[in-house]
Design a protein. Structure first.
Length: 266
């Protein structure tokens, strides 16, 4: 059974833009929703602001696809490089925002460097987080990112298996500086556990060398074809835009909508 792919923006792509401007911009380019970030646009713990952003989003005809928190289990890691939000603050903010999912990070240490005790901490605390979130109708999604426990295809699969919770999934985006073959292996390996998609195109270049999305057509059509045939409805949201330019975002939005329309018609 094929599934509809929905299109959106990850708000941290434009941290310098106001919420009002982003709502207007996403509406104008014809995308369907926004993943609101917790560092600037909807700060962790600011429930009143979350309620305001929810109203602005919904009043414009858009949806909230997720809450992009920067929760990295810092409260359980005395060696954390940053002071992050607490679990309860993230949950309260996401609920007030009307977010169906919360993006979190699997720590700040690569899978290869993580101790067994830290791995167990992430597993147990994620289960706890997911239990609390599911009672509010919210899912937990891991960021698919370097320097976390989800920094390889294999470690992501193992972490999710160890957690074994129905409301814990992983986001997916093309890992930087790896082959298209490795990326395809990952999306196939993790397909049943993949929730939403962060859409960008770096080719095989390192951060921050973004390209316009159209240049990645052949690769992204491979990804979207697999996703569309999986039977699961997902958001595919633009994250990172060349030169952080609004005009490039407008072009990327047009490109993504065209690709998704093709997929949804198959």
């Amino acid at each position: 059974m094929d599934a509809k792919i929905k299109t959106g923006l990850v708000s941290i792509s434009f941290r310098q833009q106001s919420v009002e401007n982003l709502v207007k911009l996403v509406s104008e380019v014809g995308l369907e929703g926004i993943e609101w970030g917790g560092d600037v646009h909807v700060p962790h713990g600011d429930v009143k602001r979350a309620e305001q952003v929810k109203r602005m989003t919904f009043d414009s005809g858009l949806k909230v696809s997720a809450y992009g928190s920067y929760y990295k289990f810092q409260e359980y890691n005395p060696d954390s490089r940053t002071k992050g939000p607490e679990m309860e603050a993230v949950l309260n903010t996401a609920e007030a925002l009307g977010a169906p999912a919360i993006r979190i990070w699997a720590g700040e240490t690569s899978a290869a460097d993580a101790s067994d005790s830290w791995w167990r901490t992430i597993v147990e605390k994620t289960k706890e987080f997911a239990d609390h979130a599911s009672r509010r109708g919210i899912r937990i999604d891991f960021e698919f990112h370097s320097d976390t426990l989800t920094d390889t295809n294999e470690s992501t699969k193992k972490l999710l298996a160890d957690i074994n919770h129905p409301e814990v999934k992983t986001l997916w985006q093309p890992y930087l500086s790896v082959s298209h073959v490795y990326r395809l292996e990952g999306i196939r390996m993790l397909l049943d556990a993949i929730s939403n998609i962060h859409c960008n195109y770096f080719a095989q270049d390192p951060w921050p060398h973004m390209h316009v999305l159209e240049e990645g057509k052949s690769e992204w059509m491979d990804y979207l074809n697999i996703l569309q045939k999986s039977g699961t409805e997902r958001w595919v949201s633009i994250e990172h835009v060349k030169n952080h330019a609004v005009e490039n975002f407008a072009g990327d939005a047009k490109t993504l909508k065209h690709w998704v329309a093709e997929m949804n018609q198959l």
